[in-house]
Write a protein that binds this ligand. Sequence first.
Ligand code: MSP
Length: 504
Amino acid sequence: MNRPFYITTPIYYVNDVPHIGHAYTTLACDTLARYKRLSGHEVFFLTGTDEHGQKVEKAAAQAGLTPQAFVDQMSKTFRDLIPQINATPDDFIRTTEERHKLAAQHLWQELIKRDQIYLGKYSGWYAVRDEAFYHEKELVNGKAPTGAEVEWVTESSYFFRLSAWQDKLLEYYHKNPDVIAPESRRNEVIRFVEGGLNDLSVSRTSFKWGVSIPNDPKHIIYVWLDALTNYITALGYPHAQQSFEKYWPEAVHVVGKDILRFHAVYWPAFLMAADLPLPKQIFAHGWWTNEGQKISKSLGNAIDPVELVETFGADTVRYFLLREVPFGQDGDFSRQHLINRYNSDLANAYGNLVQRVMSFIYKNCEGKVPLPAELTVEDKVLLKASQKMLPDLERNMEQRAFHKYAENIWQLISNANQYIDEQKPWSLKNTDVTRMQTILYGLADTIRQIAILTQPLLPVASEKILDQLAVEKTERELNFLKEALTPGTVLPEPKAVFPRWVEN
Ligand code: MSP
């Protein structure tokens, strides 16, 4: 039996509208979710919004709205982004929902019960932009290491005994070498934990916008403890034991490198302290710059994912983001690079293959799947290539190496284009129709296999291609790679799937 798969995006702060960074994480998770579904796993894919904390409270005040009215409005822009970028989450969680408040309060009480939290006083630096506490020694020129402004905070606060978990955390990282990925990030986290951990302030009293602490409502739960809990709230914690047991051990959290510490240090410590099992992996991806510049509010150079999708289509944006830069590394967004990728990989390579073969079949084989005769060695090699590649593809997805997954498939595309040039089916039209049909059959079935494999990366186009081949909707999973098209099946009139992009 294939194991269930649980994949999460970070929940997004609603102080501002979505930008390319948000779309990036969601698309990467969606690609994995789609791949896992295709390979026969039950998948639970979660995304949502992080709506509490000082940063959001401030943004609401600036907008002249109550926090609740503000978060309702802003959360909707993140929810609306999902169909626009063609993502397929199974749930969208908001931290202002009742189910979540109850889960966060329950986890809090579990920690209290186990003496993992004590009341004290916090005096130190706080950066609202990062919603993070900083040590004096971490500051760089009077600012947080991220560049965020810090303010001095003195308030009564509950503390989590993070310092007690250092050894257990290190043991968790060492026993599970893939738990933090990529490896460079894992080393970073290990070094940080080896450096020693301080207890963590986990409640605030100087503002109100958060989940109140049971039995001490002057305090609200620190926004990160509140937010991280979302990953188990969505599985029904503390009630729905079954879905929790089914999905939680398979949890993969995809996050940006800036929030790795919260996920790889604080979150497992909270879970261990509450006697809960730990997630399977935390994968940190890199950051995008825009045409060489850091994306920042003050520069006003955020890339609007909706505008991008409206211009180039959801498939192209997804393909570019995942193909251009190895997942885990930083990347630079450039409109010209996106157009180049589109024209070379999609219009020229993939589009051309599909277009040449489908229109030739439509015109010369009565618009039906051709009937093959005996296969040559070359035909067989072509037809078996995708199955042979499957273990590599599987490994690339396991390593979240989307760019390599694409590279492998584009190798198949290039082989198929080369096979056409060598076999020259058009030259057989008047001399050997039987061989011509065999060649075209092999090509049509190769395209079917390729389109099955490109579904996670190019969901819209792959569907169009499979429709053009009249492949049943129920026969598009990976285990159908080894099946074959039925000769004689009537095909619809082909249409170009990736017309060349010409700038005007
Ligand atoms: N609310 C927290 C996450 C809580 S999860 C329990 C948060 N939200 S965020 O909206 O600020 O950021 C969400 C994600 O967007 C992060 O993973 C972050 O790395 C990512 N990105 C923000 N800007 C980005 C780029 N320029 N490039 C790529 N990803 C970036 O943090």
